[in-house]
Design a protein around this ligand. Structure first.
Ligand code: ADP
Ligand code: ASP
Ligand code: MG
Length: 443
């Protein structure tokens, strides 16, 4: 069996949906299991509708118009998603009635993008002669904890999904499964976090022991930088799980950061491919990657990062000081990315506001705390950074030439990443110029 996950752009317009149908039809001998995202922008539209509902305005019409347009392009009857559209309206009404935009209610609303998509894509495939059936992932066994907005699958999901998915495939069906969503044991709908359909694909792939997980998207694989920012970015043919995880974690949107883990545990290769260029081999991510690879592999970046700086002349060298600081972050569930310390200060980056205010208030008992916003984290992924000082020298030369101030430099102990923080205003220029300088030497 093979998992084929199609992202928002691949299910978001008629030409691309037609490509998807061709790709799935050609893969029938491999017993495909299709996982789909919501059509591009639909999740954002749903969350906007939820925000409006909280202010008392219930209006699902922009989403209905988008969905109806996509279905009519394939002569499909909009009645096939009537129940979902009614469910969406009811979920928006519930938010409006309570004036409450809790994560739980938001998840209920956001889930309809994938639920509608799975029905539409399965019906389109059937029109083209593929024996496809839609399935909401929770009906096949995707059970999660109740951490709304970023739920984690429960251990028992693996066995349930294996049984549920395999039964359909053994009947000769092509299941078209919703990405992104799950359900708690007591029946409440959850989401796995933004971009989470990749994670769903990996969880399903691991559960059914797929021979490969394909992530079909709008770029030809994982590239040496975001091609929207660095136009000269190129496809990286082979990546190790470790490199891909670093890239995803540090902002390469092409893969959800958690995707890799369930696949690596089972040694299942993940291949990232372009729906518009199906014959392009894309990128294959395997446990060991390209052992021959040397030098700089890719750049990733993430905008809107905050840095938290704690200065304490009194405490820093004291036994257990760092532990205390990180204990505060942990208690407030603030995820810290980069850390750098000096004799009198600790600086770290966080990419979400959640919990930060409370953590900062508590940190003030240990020293002077400042928070700076609007920074871009730039991460250079390289093989053998410790053996070869040239890439590091080149990075600083470029930043100096471009007059871009950098701070919070950090080199992972794994020696495959070097990360730094620059102001958002210089972020994309930093990525473009670093990419040009670091990759022209390898061309
Ligand atoms: P999908 O809807 O298929 O899940 P996403 O928008 O989540 O697609 O991810 C694909 C996008 O990721 C690309 O359009 C590209 O702009 C962006 N991206 C960021 N970094 C990279 C990278 N290193 N390689 C390829 N794409 C990247
Ligand atoms: N539709 C969800 C999102 O936009 C999940 C995904 O596309 O992976 O975040
Ligand atoms: Mg994505």
């Amino acid at each position: 069996m093979r998992v084929m996950k199609f992202g928002g752009t691949s299910v978001g317009d008629p030409t691309r949906i037609a490509n998807l149908c061709d790709i799935v039809s050609r893969s029938l001998p491999r017993r495909p299991v299709v996982v789909v995202s919501a059509a591009s922008k639909v999740t954002d539209m749903l969350l906007t509708a939820a925000r409006h509902a909280k202010e008392g305005r219930v209006d699902a019409s922009p989403i209905e118009a988008r969905v109806t347009a996509l279905l009519s392009a394939f002569d499909l009857d909009p009645a096939i998603v009537q129940r979902e559209l009614a469910g969406l309206r009811a979920a928006l009404e519930a938010i409006a009635a309570r004036g409450d935009g809790s994560l739980e209610l938001l998840d209920a609303v956001a889930s309809f993008g994938e639920r509608i998509s799975a029905r539409g894509i399965a019906a389109t495939l059937r029109k083209r002669g593929v024996d496809a059936v839609h399935a909401d992932a929770f009906d096949l066994g995707m059970l999660t904890d109740a951490n709304f907005g970023g739920a984690e699958p429960l251990l028992e999901s693996g066995d349930l999904l294996r049984a549920g998915v395999t039964a359909l495939v053994d009947e000769g069906k092509v299941p078209v499964v919703t990405g992104f969503i799950g359900r708690t044991l007591d029946g409440r709908v959850t989401t796995l976090g933004r971009g989470g359909s990749d994670y769903s694909a990996a969880i399903v792939g691991a559960a059914i022991h797929a021979d490969e997980i394909e992530i079909w998207t709008d770029v030809p694989g994982v590239m040496s930088a975001d091609p929207r920012v660095a136009p000269d970015a190129r496809t990286i043919p082979v990546l190790s799980f470790h490199e891909a995880a670093e890239l995803a974690y540090f902002g390469a949107k092409v893969l959800h950061p958690k995707t890799i883990h369930p696949a690596v545990k089972r040694g299942i290769p993940v291949r990232v491919k372009n729906t518009f260029e199906p014959e392009h081999p894309g990128t294959v991510i395997t446990a060991e990657g390209d052992r021959e690879a040397r030098g700089v592999r890719a750049l990733a970046h993430k905008r809107g990062i905050r840095s938290v700086n704690v200065v304490s002349t009194r405490m820093l060298l004291a036994h257990g000081f760092l532990a205390k600081i990180f204990e505060v972050f942990a208690r407030h569930r603030v995820v810290v990315d980069l850390v750098s310390t000096s004799e009198v200060s600790v600086s770290c980056t966080v990419d979400r506001e959640d919990g930060l205010d409370g953590a900062v208030r508590e940190l003030r008992t240990y020293g002077e705390v400042t928070v700076t916003a609007d920074h871009t984290l730039v991460c250079v992924i390289a093989a053998g950074l410790l053996d070869d000082p040239k890439p590091c020298a080149r990075i600083f030369a470029v930043l100096a030439e471009e007059n871009i101030p950098a701070q919070l430099l950090s080199m992972g102990a794994s020696a495959i990443n070097l990360s730094l923080l620059v102001p958002d205003a210089h972020g994309e220029r930093a990525v473009r110029s670093l990419h040009r300088a670091l990759f022209s030497e390898h061309s």
